[in-house]
Design a binder for this molecule. Structure first.
Ligand SMILES: *Cc1c(COP(=O)(O)O)cnc(C)c1O
Length: 349
């Protein structure tokens, strides 16, 4: 890709800033598997406090954080309740089935959200014929749903219903800090009503690698064992944890800039013939902009290929849907250039 490309494929594309690289260079290191990695331990304590849980575990990816929660909670044959568009169903390579032997009961609802009554309705009878309903997974922000933020009250109500039904409630919080900044609340507003939370440092927070799982001491002990089994236990991983600590200290409040840039992009895209923005420009919830391209403009892949020649990278999701994600390596001026490029690509240029 040309160095001048404005990369809106994902907020995972961010490169560590010079200050983050310095923090990584300066980090005291040990061996985390042998239990003496000071920087990893500092990160895990920081994340546990941030999310209001007993303990946390540093892991290589958000997928591993979610899958460790599932593996630590579920037995083979158990059922998980989750939205049909959730990351654990759509983008984790069937891992709940492959790694934990679980089925998933999928729910529908606008933006990746659903209601307490839907959770209740998905619970299996306690009968020898039925799988055991074991776990509920909520995604906040919801990626495929449009970067949606769960209203705090609604998430609490759904989580309470899940717990009343005997489920372990997990938040896939890959972009939980985006949700917090957008809603103007502390993470505990979302996490106090659930049992476990995953959080990615490698998305909008701008760290190169890494995620965390937080929960009770017992859950994290089990997850630590399965992290070893899944091959995710790391050694001098403090060099990565240092980047995550730096991200939490310096890159949370600025997520508001990404959200403003997403709205700016949405305003530019909204008026372009042949392009239908999902939602009103001022209602873009976080850092993701989704639109569909008219059939005359080709498939979303063809449209993105044309766009790439104008120096903008985006991902086609489905036949006509395009996703663009803002992040800390994209400025408002880049957004204006991207808007012009999208208009040109929509003219067939
Ligand atoms: C990115 C993401 C993950 C984890 O992805 P990894 O690439 O494995 O780090 C999990 N859930 C959601 C909603 C995501 O967007």
């Amino acid at each position: 890709m040309a160095p001048t490309t404005i990369d809106l494929r994902s907020d995972t594309v961010t490169r560590p800033t010079p200050a983050m690289r310095e923090a990584m260079m300066a980090a005291p290191l040990g061996d985390d598997v042998l239990g003496d990695e000071p920087t990893v331990q500092a990160l895990e304590a920081k994340v546990a406090a941030l999310l209001g849980k007993d303990a946390a575990l540093f892991v290589p990816s958000g997928t591993m954080a979610n899958q460790l929660a599932i593996r630590a909670v579920c037995e083979h044959g158990d059922e998980i309740v989750a939205h049909r568009d959730s990351h654990i169903i759509q983008y984790e390579t069937g891992a709940p089935a492959a790694l934990s032997g679980c089925m998933i009961a999928s729910l529908e609802g606008p933006g990746g959200l659903f209601e307490p009554s839907q959770v209740r309705a998905a619970i299996r009878p306690k009968d020898q014929h039925a799988p055991v309903s074991r776990m509920l997974v909520l995604e906040n922000t919801h990626n495929k749903g449009g970067g949606t933020v769960w209203p705090v009250e609604r998430l609490s109500a759904v989580a309470a219903e899940g717990r009343a039904c005997g489920l372990h409630v997990h938040i896939d919080g890959a972009r939980l800090m985006n949700a917090c900044v957008a809603a103007g609340v502390a993470p505990t507003a979302f996490t106090s009503s659930v049992d476990s939370v995953s959080l990615c440092f490698s998305k909008g927070l701008g760290a190169p690698v890494g995620s965390a799982l937080a929960g009770s001491t017992a859950l994290i002990q089990r997850a630590r064992r399965f992290r070893k089994m899944f091959g995710g236990a790391m050694r001098q991983s403090g060099i990565l944890a240092a980047a995550a600590i730096h991200a939490l200290d310096h890159h949370v409040a600025r997520l508001a800039d990404d959200h403003a840039n997403a709205r700016r992009l949405a305003h530019l895209v909204a008026g372009i013939p042949g392009i239908s923005l999902e939602g009103a420009p001022d209602a873009i919830p976080t850092n993701m902009v989704f639109f569909t391209v008219a059939p005359a403009l080709g498939s979303s892949q063809e449209f993105c290929a044309r766009l790439a020649r104008h120096g903008v990278a985006a991902i086609g999701m489905g036949t006509s849907r395009v996703r663009m994600v803002t992040h800390l390596d994209v400025t408002a001026a880049d957004i204006d250039r991207a808007g012009a490029a999208i208009a040109a690509a929509a003219r067939g240029a």
